[in-house]
Design a protein around this ligand. Structure first.
Ligand SMILES: NC(=O)c1ccc[n+]([C@@H]2O[C@H](COP(=O)([O-])OP(=O)(O)OC[C@H]3O[C@@H](n4cnc5c(N)ncnc54)[C@H](O)[C@@H]3O)[C@@H](O)[C@H]2O)c1
Length: 339
């Protein structure tokens, strides 16, 4: 199959490289508004056509799919046109700027029988796949909380706040691991720039059965932290994405709430056991994501990061924005799922 990559800024080159390395897939075009960026493509990939004219790609019937890696505000119009022209579509996270846009793209993809997928890259990392296995096989026990810190001196985005930029990673991982969707969202955030886009924000997701997730996202931290704590009632995990080989540490730690008769001194009894560090395969997540998209098109498989995953993330982000506007008010999330 032939794919066109739309947007060759920071992330686009990673898509080009990974799709170029994916079996049964050829990168036919790269599009960018910037002539300078297109020169970079020509130098690295002399056989790939470059253009700044989207119509050229839409009119080329040999192009099966487009992958959109532009700023978020351009995702919807570009994806809509591609679906209308019978192309399969991969969109970078977050899928769209609103639930309404996401739902409209899903409806279009279903009507036209095309694949619509979102790049939630983290779902394809060996670390997240390993955590999923440990949850599914019961090693962690019942999941109780996820607590994530994703902060650094980051690039201020022009069209979205820090939650729309960074939290799609955390939200997609949480929904994937929890296997449940949050019922409600609370968020607070502040902006230190004139455009009023928050550069620090704290987001809490309330899941059924007292499960909770909390994310700290910031573009103004002096240090870079990418750490997630995943607490089960049998074991707990520390996921440090900045570690090269020891990304996951599985703690055999836990507690038992004592029966009322034994509570004269303490409420809970603690357990502290070994720490295990699993060996994870060294592979690039984006390669798995590209393969998942190609398989969905050529073999009809359902991708891990499908349009529902994209819609759910946007629904949570939209609710978070409403909560921030209302000083952290709890905002209920209506179930968002398209069969
Ligand atoms: N999956 C991940 O881990 C990950 C990481 C970084 C960025 N992203 C996502 O990738 C997308 C792009 O982010 P980035 O950091 O590469 O942005 P960027 O600003 O570095 O690059 C965007 C590129 O798109 C081009 N562009 C802008 N509007 C366009 C349009 N209408 N048509 C064609 N080209 C256009 C710009 O010229 C630029 O070269 C965002 O959605 C972002 O959230 C994903």
């Amino acid at each position: 199959m032939k794919i066109a990559i739309i947007g060759y800024g920071y992330w686009g080159p990673n898509l080009v490289r990974n799709f170029a390395n994916t079996p049964d897939c050829e990168v036919a075009y790269v599009l960018d508004q910037s002539a300078q960026q297109l020169q970079r493509v020509q130098k690295a990939y002399p056989n790939v056509k470059t253009t700044s004219n989207y119509d050229e790609i839409l009119a080329d019937n040999s192009v099966d799919a487009v992958a959109i890696a532009t700023p978020v505000s351009a995702h919807y119009p570009l994806a809509k046109q591609a679906l209308e022209h019978g192309k399969n579509v991969l969109i970078e996270k977050p899928m769209t700027s609103s639930v309404e846009e996401a739902e409209s793209l899903i409806a279009l993809a279903k009507t036209n029988g095309k694949v619509l997928m979102v790049d939630h890259t983290y779902l394809y990392t060996p670390a997240v796949q390993q955590m999923k296995t440990l949850i599914d096989d019961g090693t962690l026990g019942s999941l109780q909380y996820i607590d994530s810190t994703r902060i650094n001196l980051g690039l201020f985005q022009k069209d979205v706040n820090v939650l729309w930029d960074l939290a799609p990673h955390d939200i997609s991982i949480c929904n994937y691991l929890m296997e449940e969707k949050p019922l409600a969202v609370q968020a607070v955030g502040v902006s230190h720039t004139e455009n009023n886009l928050e550069n620090i924000a704290y987001l809490t997701l309330h899941y059924p059965n007292n499960k909770i997730a909390h994310f700290n996202c910031s573009w103004v931290s002096p240090v870079k932290i990418r750490q997630m704590l995943i607490g089960g009632d049998k074991k707990m995990i520390v996921f440090n994405d900045l570690e090269t080989t020891e990304k996951l540490k599985i703690y055999d730690k836990g507690y038992t709430v004592l029966p009322e008769s034994d509570r004269d001194k303490i409420l809970v009894d603690y357990r502290t056991g070994d720490i295990r560090i699993p060996k994870l395969p060294q592979k690039e997540a984006l390669g798995g994501m590209a393969q998942d998209f190609v398989n969905a098109i050529l073999k009809g498989t359902t991708p891990i990061s499908d349009f529902n995953s994209g819609l759910e993330v946007v629904a949570i982000l939209e609710a978070a924005s409403e909560s921030i506007l209302n000083k952290g008010k709890e905002v209920l999330i209506e179930p968002k799922y398209v069969a």
